[in-house]
Design a protein around this ligand. Structure first.
Ligand code: PMP
Length: 391
């Protein structure tokens, strides 16, 4: 039986919905993993690395080639300078970077500020560290930060604020101005930001990703989290990283060395090559393809009576369903998967203080082939009693 710290969290909603999707042969728009392969050259590079004797533990903080590639990328993309050997840690996915950051920085009783709705691993990690979570709510439809509420959460015990931009599940991309206002609160209370930026390359239209570490004064108090899962459509590789000032990265490493010690060596080598060779053309095409998927899913949802909020980033759509059902999000998600064979996530699980905010919404993932999205649209049309034929 899990300890008292973990007992309240039960089974992750992603496992639950994916299991239901398999059982009911549903189209799975619940969990955020692509149903297509990542670039074939990366898979070749991983095979080459496997065949050429790179199968023992890597350097704990990351293979020299990968930490160098990550530091070069931060400089090239954002003008951020990190020492590859002291200010970068390679982890087993963004998930491990989040866990190792929280476990290493939080003393029992320290307060951690979360902006809800939030990615589901944050709260259990805070609980495992003995931290005390404090919540502020990003409210639909624009999901803006309530600065007065945010300011009121800071106390002498505040240690960490967890930020996620581009944001899962809302698709919000925080503007520089918003980040500056959040940064001011953190600086005034001598706090640290864990900035989860695993969707940094997924922004649409005029939205641009702004790293928290690029806000003046914040490089010294921000741990930025990245991952290759989203960027290269290889979520199963679980290669992520944390970058930050040496004093904070030393702390993250002190947890990382005992959590996983090191990340799969051949995959690190393939990712190092990808980060140094995949340039602007790759990312341009990547965003164009995702824009097409986003636009299609938003239009398809609207067409059958959902009220989707068009996301500026990441690969999820939050859609209101008040016009389609009087159920709450968990019951409607179950009905959708069992009766109509489309799986989505009930987002009330991403809230702690105000779960009511998510009860009339569902989260759909669009990191799927166009044919998968078309098939899902046809099933949703059948649910709404419409003749198929949309788009
Ligand atoms: N942060 C956010 C906001 C995510 O959505 C995810 C993955 N769904 C992660 C972190 C975890 O990334 P990884 O798969 O690299 O562990």
């Amino acid at each position: 039986m899990a300890s008292k710290k973990l007992a309240p969290f039960g089974t992750s909603i992603f496992s639950e919905m994916s299991t239901l999707a398999v059982k009911h042969e549903a189209i799975n728009l619940s969990q955020g993993f692509p149903d297509f392969e990542g670039p074939s050259e990366l898979i070749e590079w991983a095979c080459e690395a496997l065949r050429s004797g790179n199968n023992q533990y890597a350097r704990s903080m990351g293979h020299p080639r990968l930490v160098s590639a990550i530091a070069e990328k931060a400089l090239r993309d954002h003008g951020l300078v990190y020492d590859p050997y002291t200010e970068v840690v390679v982890t087993s996915g963004g998930t491990e970077a989040i866990a190792s950051t929280i476990l290493s920085l939080i003393e029992p009783g320290d307060e951690v500020i979360l902006l809800e709705p939030f990615y589901d691993s944050y709260l259990p990690c805070v609980a495992m560290a003995g931290g005390v979570p404090r919540f502020t709510t990003l409210r639909a439809p624009r999901f803006e930060v309530d600065l007065d509420e945010l300011r009121s959460l800071f106390t002498a015990r505040t240690r960490l604020l967890i930020l996620n931009t581009p944001h899962n599940p809302t698709g919000k991309v925080f503007t520089r101005q918003e980040l500056e206002l959040i940064a001011k609160c953190v600086e005034d209370h001598d706090g640290v930001v864990l900035s989860d930026e695993v969707y940094e390359h997924l922004t649409f239209g005029n939205a641009r990703h702004v790293p928290m570490a690029s806000v003046p004064g914040m490089r010294e108090r921000t741990i930025s989290i990245g991952s290759t899962g989203k960027t290269f459509s290889l979520t199963g590789w679980k290669v992520g990283w944390a970058t930050g000032p040496e004093r904070l990265i030393r702390a993250v490493q002190s947890a990382h060395q005992f959590v996983t010690f090191a990340t799969a060596t051949p995959l690190q080598l393939a990712v190092a090559k990808a980060l140094t060779t995949q340039g602007e053309a790759y990312f341009k095409r990547f965003c164009e393809e995702y824009t097409e998927r986003r636009d299609y899913l938003v239009a398809a949802l609207r067409d059958v009576g959902f009220d989707p909020v068009t996301p500026d980033g990441a690969y999820f759509v939050l859609a209101g369903f008040s016009r389609l059902s009087s159920l709450d999000d968990c019951a409607f998600a179950r009905e959708l998967v069992v009766k109509h064979k489309v799986a989505a996530i009930p987002p009330s699980v991403f809230y702690a203080a105000r779960p009511g905010e998510g009860r009339k919404l569902l989260r759909f993932a669009f990191c799927k082939k166009m044919e998968t999205l078309r098939a899902a649209a046809a099933r949703l049309q059948a649910m709404a009693g419409r003749t198929p034929g949309f788009l």
